[in-house]
Design a protein around this ligand. Structure first.
Ligand code: SAH
Length: 397
């Protein structure tokens, strides 16, 4: 009887142990599966969880190397592979060990962009539409000038500034771009030019979005592409355009960079600027010009003022007079911009003769100015137009 009981007890213990063992195997197996899924899911479906190596400026990439327990020159090597050799695959970084490359591959991607569309104008202006890892669309424009090749980069997905004439604001800001997403646009265009054995020489931060509403990432991106161990685009060849985010103008003034600052003015009095540019409600002209004067006093740099000529709106003799008055005492010049009509906005541009009349008025009052040559007028070249067209197509489908 006792023996029978012990045998039963023995079998019970055996079954429980087996069960525990099986359960442990099952747990271990599901842990491996879930880890694998997280890695694959993170990599393929949510590429945004993987940081881009373009996110790191020269100093940050050295710090990254140190944090991995590598020597800082590894960081230097990676930077050179990214910006001098412009590789797109970490396996091409041939002087890094296989192990180092594997670690990089597990944690980072190189470019977070995928080309979705490209339009080439008869004057060579090329517009690129990119999808980001989260599916958001952004655009960059490459322009060819006699002094070099320039790219206009985007800093935000959509824009919240709400300028009355602009296509970018047709979709509200969804998010700021990361530094890497800004750098990646520049790198894409440089690689496009590499095929023609040409170099990108200028950057204008004038694409969709307000650069001073994404200040840190934008400045970090410029530091990366400006670095002489990387692309080495001269600071004087980089122009940052703002609609007038006053606190950031003060911050920018303190940085004492050689970047050019452009102010989108478009109206010489508060009543009109309130109508055209909602930012003017937050920072009216007196506050904007106080910041501009501070920048000008602290930096020995010429300022650019952008002024789109809108027919019957801001092209009058009185507007020219007020504009000349505002710019008195500043080392400035005005860029008169032909308006790229945006269907929904209901504004009209002026023709060349009308632009010349305004130009002459300014010149006579001592304001230096130029009429910007139109680029890519046969493609959707205005800020945000190609993107908006695509978004509309997606909505229709
Ligand atoms: N938010 C920044 C940079 C992006 S817009 C800024 O306001 O400066 C870059 C320039 O293009 C600005 O001067 C803007 O006013 C101008 N712009 C916007 N829409 C335009 C259009 N349809 N035609 C011509 N210029 C336009």
């Amino acid at each position: 009887m006792l023996k029978e009981r012990s045998v039963r007890f023995f079998f019970l213990v055996l079954v429980i142990t087996e069960f525990n063992l099986l359960y442990s195997i099952y747990r271990a197996f599901s842990l491996v599966i879930s880890l694998f899924c997280t890695m694959v899911y993170g990599k393929i479906i949510h590429g945004d969880t993987m940081r881009s190596l373009y996110d790191f400026n020269y100093e940050q990439i050295q710090e990254l190397a140190l944090s991995k327990g590598w020597k800082t020159y590894r960081g230097h090597q990676i930077f050179q592979w990214l910006y001098r050799k412009r590789v797109q695959d970490m396996d091409e970084m041939s002087d890094l060990s296989k192990e180092t490359r594997e670690i990089l591959k597990q944690e980072f991607i190189i470019s977070p962009l995928t080309l979705k569309d490209c339009q080439i104008s008869s004057d060579g202006t090329t517009k690129f539409l990119f999808a980001l890892a989260d599916g958001a669309l952004i655009e960059s424009v490459m322009m060819i000038f006699d002094y070099g090749n320039s790219v206009c980069v985007t800093t935000q997905v959509g824009c919240n500034m709400g300028c009355a004439f602009c296509a970018s604001g047709l979709t509200k800001k969804q998010r700021n771009l990361t530094s890497g997403e800004i750098v990646a646009q520049i790198m894409y265009v440089q690689r496009y030019l590499d095929e023609k054995e040409q170099r990108l020489s200028h950057i204008v931060v004038m694409g969709t979005g307000e650069p001073f509403d994404n200040y840190e990432a934008m400045m970090n991106a410029m530091a990366t592409v400006n670095h002489d161990r990387g692309l080495g685009i001269g600071a004087r060849h980089i122009t940052i355009s703002t609609c007038g985010v006053v606190p950031r103008i003060y911050d920018f003034a303190k940085e004492h960079t050689q970047y050019n600052l452009a102010i989108s003015l478009h109206a010489p009095n508060d009543a009109l600027r309130d109508r055209l540019m909602p930012i003017n409600h937050a920072y009216p002209l007196n506050e904007l010009f106080a910041a501009i004067h501070t920048y000008s006093d602290e930096n020995n740099r010429r300022l650019t003022f952008e002024y789109i000529l809108l027919k019957g709106v801001n092209d009058t003799a009185e507007c020219a007079r007020q504009l000349a008055q505002l710019l008195k005492g500043l080392n400035a010049y005005v860029n008169l911009i032909p308006y790229n009509a945006v269907d929904e906005k209901g504004f009209q541009g002026v023709n060349h003769e009308q632009a010349m009349v305004f130009y002459d008025r300014l010149m006579k009052q001592g304001v230096r100015c130029t009429i910007r040559k139109e680029h890519g007028s046969d493609i959707d070249a205005a800020c945000g137009q190609l993107r908006v067209k695509h978004l509309r197509r997606e909505v229709k489908q």
